[in-house]
Design a protein around this ligand. Structure first.
Ligand SMILES: *[C@@H]1O[C@H](CO)[C@@H](O)[C@H](O)[C@H]1NC(C)=O
Ligand SMILES: *[C@@H]1O[C@H](CO)[C@@H](O)[C@H](O)[C@H]1NC(C)=O
Ligand SMILES: *[C@@H]1O[C@H](CO)[C@@H](O)[C@H](O)[C@H]1NC(C)=O
Ligand SMILES: *[C@@H]1O[C@H](CO)[C@@H](O)[C@H](O)[C@H]1NC(C)=O
Ligand SMILES: *[C@@H]1O[C@H](CO)[C@@H](O)[C@H](O)[C@H]1NC(C)=O
Length: 324
């Protein structure tokens, strides 16, 4: 295991792919960053599945270590994260074993992380819902100020969860979700986009914005090419204008841009043998002046080592794609 030291670069460096990238933070220990969201002030909240922790990382901090938020005591690791009301985030937790690649039964939770004031870095963490029928709460997205949608890959389903009452039910088990890999969820207007990693596809359907229930059948927006046969389309970001999706290619150590109208896709950062984006897991746009920056979390190759045997700490990488 190659243990990298914390590295903080200050300049964007160009590589073969078209957009410049910059390492924001790399953990000193093997750490699987699984997902992320950004706060109003532009800071990044990144979940880890290797421990029940949430990292608060400031992209402009040159020397400060990230703040590690704890208190997710019902779980061994964290997955999806979404802002539900201003500066309050819902975070999914599971006892997911990286060894067996399976979650412990009865271990799916949703937590509410609430910052008491805008400048606070000390949020309260509480259990919002125990959702044992969800086998694995992976990517999550906010539907309204009390409801989130949850991707559940083992069940090939999307659930709606009311975090005030804890009530939850399946809103879709569309055939396109059946690949046991429904992973990321993002909403633009009434279009719910999803990735299915096992099927290497990005799909979408229209939903009823009150209930989250689909009003049409899912359709394929794009499929990742079969060659090379890498694990593709983990979680993703959607541009604010809803025209581009940015799925990460976990096994390709790269990030792709998909035009959701045409399905055309291009690699925008990283490449197969490149450790600078080592097994990316998700992406999110910056805020507070960083709207043109796409932040990417990585597992550091813990699950899929780069070049077969290279791993690094979990990374947060910035890609300057421009605001859109
Ligand atoms: C999940 O892990 C937590 C933290 O180690 C533990 O307290 C809890 O009992 C586990 N739950 C299940 C269902 O295994
Ligand atoms: C599931 O977990 C809850 C909370 O820890 C516990 O009360 C319940 O007995 C568990 N159910 C099963 C079937 O293990
Ligand atoms: C949540 O949304 C509802 C419906 O839009 C609104 O009436 C309510 O005030 C909101 N509550 C909070 C806490 O924002
Ligand atoms: C969805 O697909 C089913 C099965 O192919 C079909 O019967 C149904 O009409 C479709 N619904 C819509 C809204 O297109
Ligand atoms: C990876 O494997 C190659 C070929 O066997 C070897 O030369 C290299 O030192 C290994 N690297 C690490 C980080 O273990």
């Amino acid at each position: 295991m190659f243990l990298a030291l914390v590295v903080l670069n200050t300049l964007f460096t160009s590589c073969a792919a078209p957009f410049p990238t910059r390492l924001i933070y790399e953990t000193p220990n093997p750490t699987w960053f699984e997902n992320l969201a950004t706060r109003h002030d532009g800071s990044i909240l990144a979940t880890t599945v290797t421990a029940p922790t949430l990292y608060l990382v400031r992209p402009d901090s040159r020397k400060q270590s990230p703040k590690v938020i704890e208190g997710f005591n019902s779980n061994t690791g964290l997955l999806g994260i979404t802002e539900i009301t201003p500066d309050a985030f819902v975070v999914a937790g599971s006892n997911f074993s990286l060894t067996t690649q399976a979650p412990a039964p009865n271990s799916s939770y949703l937590y509410l992380v609430t910052f008491p004031s805008r400048n606070s870095e000390n949020p309260t963490v509480s259990v919002a819902a125990h959702i044992p029928n969800v086998a694995l709460p992976d990517g999550i997205v906010t539907l309204n100020n009390r409801t989130i949608l949850v991707a559940d890959p083992p069940n090939g389903a999307i659930w709606s969860v009311n975090i005030k009452t804890g009530a939850y039910s399946i809103v879709s088990s569309d055939p396109l979700l059946k690949g046991t890999g429904v992973d990321g969820l993002k909403l633009h207007d009434d279009k719910l986009y999803f990735t299915d990693t096992s099927e290497r596809l990005l799909g979408r359907f229209a939903i009823d914005l009150k209930t989250g229930i689909p009003v049409d059948n899912a359709s394929v927006v794009a499929r990742y090419p079969d060659d090379p046969p890498v694990v593709a389309y983990d979680d993703f970001a959607l541009s604010r204008d809803g025209k581009f999706a940015y799925p990460v290619i976990a096994g390709g150590n790269s990030v792709t841009q998909v035009n959701v109208l045409t399905g055309k896709q291009v690699t925008i950062a990283g490449e197969l043998n490149d450790i600078t984006t080592a097994q990316p897991t998700s992406a999110a746009f910056g805020r507070n002046g960083d709207e043109g920056i796409l932040y990417v979390t990585t597992a550091g190759g813990l699950g899929i080592p780069v070049n077969g045997n290279e791993t690094v700490g979990g990374q947060i990488v910035a890609i300057r794609v421009g605001a859109h």
